[in-house]
Write a protein that binds this ligand. Structure first.
Ligand SMILES: [Mn+2]
Length: 430
């Protein structure tokens, strides 16, 4: 039985005020696209089938190593986090899955948690392990590393935690584990680059061996932080080497903020797809060297170019195309639900624009060495305001035409501030 967080009739009546304008805008855009030989209803159907997972940890205020400023009504446990994810899904109709992080999202009964999510129209995406911080009661500290640690007992503990996460994921109906480690070094000479990598591979092989049938292991790379001189899985090259060594069930995950500034991420997408190792994405945006700003808030064009490569990969080799999409960002100054709604819209918009690219014209221009017309094939799609397509796809599935307007009208956060216990002071996302 479904127990959705917001009354559906409230969404319907909110939509009623916007329906006529949406119909007008959708029809006008339909005529524009028809002149280019595109069927707006087909594009809308494609967009309606696209979805992204929401991370449980992004429902609370994030923070930096300096401070975290909580807001009243934030979720403080996995049950409240699921409720907030259900609000995002109910309004956006594009985030039907939630990605959990352990031990942050530990629960007493995972079968019951799965039923709880089901009643909220949610299911579970990849599980995420955490060996980048210590937890109370941990036998061995991760202060000097985890999967690549020098000490055998630390590596064994980190492997066992990842296998625990897989066991939890099986109960949740998940089919992937994402592994990101904080292992690395802060001083030249502190760590032997290749011996650390070898230890990582040996540990990762033990996790890989525990993968159930139909599961994937996704390796997430990051060039710096928490280690500031070197990290063990620093870039897509190291990630690809590891994934190739581990086997076919292991693929690479691209977090948009985990590259050096100005790196051509869209080209990495193409290369990993060619290698059969394009496993998934963590969406966010970045201005300097961070990985925490809202998706599409800084460089929506890059997001579009990433989706253009994804569309290219899908059309050229659909059999090998199955990336897992997820948001991974830190909401330090906004209501996290509002950031998730706004980011979801930015990601789906980039997806929709990439679907508008005239690939035949693009390929022809590329073969003619016509740089300008090749670029214009992309630009013509990027310039289109696809919001009527997104809104129509949402509303037909029961979502809101104006997601943020409806969310504010629901007074969800104010109501939760009366019910939920306050978050304590602290730093970082916990
Ligand atoms: Mn990430």
């Amino acid at each position: 039985m479904s127990a959705l967080p917001l009354p559906q009739d409230a969404i319907e009546s909110h939509n009623a005020a916007h329906r006529a304008a949406l119909a007008e805008d959708y029809e006008a855009l339909g005529r524009t696209l028809a002149r280019r030989g595109l069927d707006i209803d087909a594009i809308k159907g494609d967009v309606a089938g696209f979805s992204i997972a929401a991370p449980s940890w992004a429902t609370g205020r994030g923070g930096t190593r300096f401070a975290k400023f909580a807001i009243p009504g934030e979720p403080t446990n996995i049950h409240e986090k699921l409720q907030d994810c259900a609000v995002v899904q109910q309004l956006s109709q594009a985030t039907p899955r939630v990605s959990l992080h352990f031990p942050w999202d530990r629960a007493d009964d995972y079968s019951a948690l799965r039923e709880e999510a089901d009643a909220l129209n949610l299911s579970f995406d990849a599980v995420n392990s955490n060996t980048f911080q210590d937890q109370p009661g941990l036998a061995h500290s991760y202060r000097n590393g985890s999967l690549a640690a020098v000490e055998t007992v630390v590596r064994e503990q980190a492997v066992a935690h990842n296998i625990d996460c897989i066991e939890i994921g099986k109960k949740l109906g998940s089919n992937a584990i994402t592994v990101w480690i904080g292992d690395g070094s802060n001083f030249p000479g502190q760590q032997d680059f290749n011996r650390a990598f070898d230890r990582y591979i040996a540990s990762a092989k033990a996790i890989y061996a525990a993968l159930p049938t139909g599961w994937r292991m996704l390796l997430e790379h990051k060039l710096f932080e928490p280690a500031f001189y070197s990290t063990v899985i620093s870039d897509w090259g190291s990630s690809l080497m590891a994934a190739q060594e581990l086997g076919p069930k292991c693929q690479c995950l691209i977090d948009l903020g985990h590259h050096a500034p100005n790196v051509n991420i869209e080209q990495i997408v193409a290369r990993l797809h060619r290698a059969g190792k394009l496993g998934g994405f963590h969406f966010n945006d970045s201005k300097y060297g961070d990985d925490d700003l809202d998706s599409g808030s800084i460089n929506p064009h890059q997001l579009f170019l990433v989706f253009n490569e994804l569309a290219e990969a899908k059309s050229s080799d659909p059999a090998r195309f199955d990336p897992a999409y997820m948001i991974d960002q830190s909401h330090n100054v906004t209501d996290p639900i509002e950031s998730l709604l706004s980011s979801t819209e930015a990601i789906v918009a980039a997806y929709a624009k990439a679907a508008l690219v005239d690939r035949e014209a693009l390929h022809e221009a590329q073969e003619r060495n016509d740089a300008m017309m090749a670029f214009q094939a992309l630009r013509a799609a990027y310039k289109v305001d696809v919001s009527p397509i997104l809104a129509m796809a949402r509303v037909e599935k029961g979502g809101a035409i104006d997601v943020l307007g409806m969310y504010r009208q629901s007074r969800w956060r104010e109501r939760k501030a009366q019910e939920r216990k306050a978050v304590g002071l602290g730093a970082g996302i916990v």
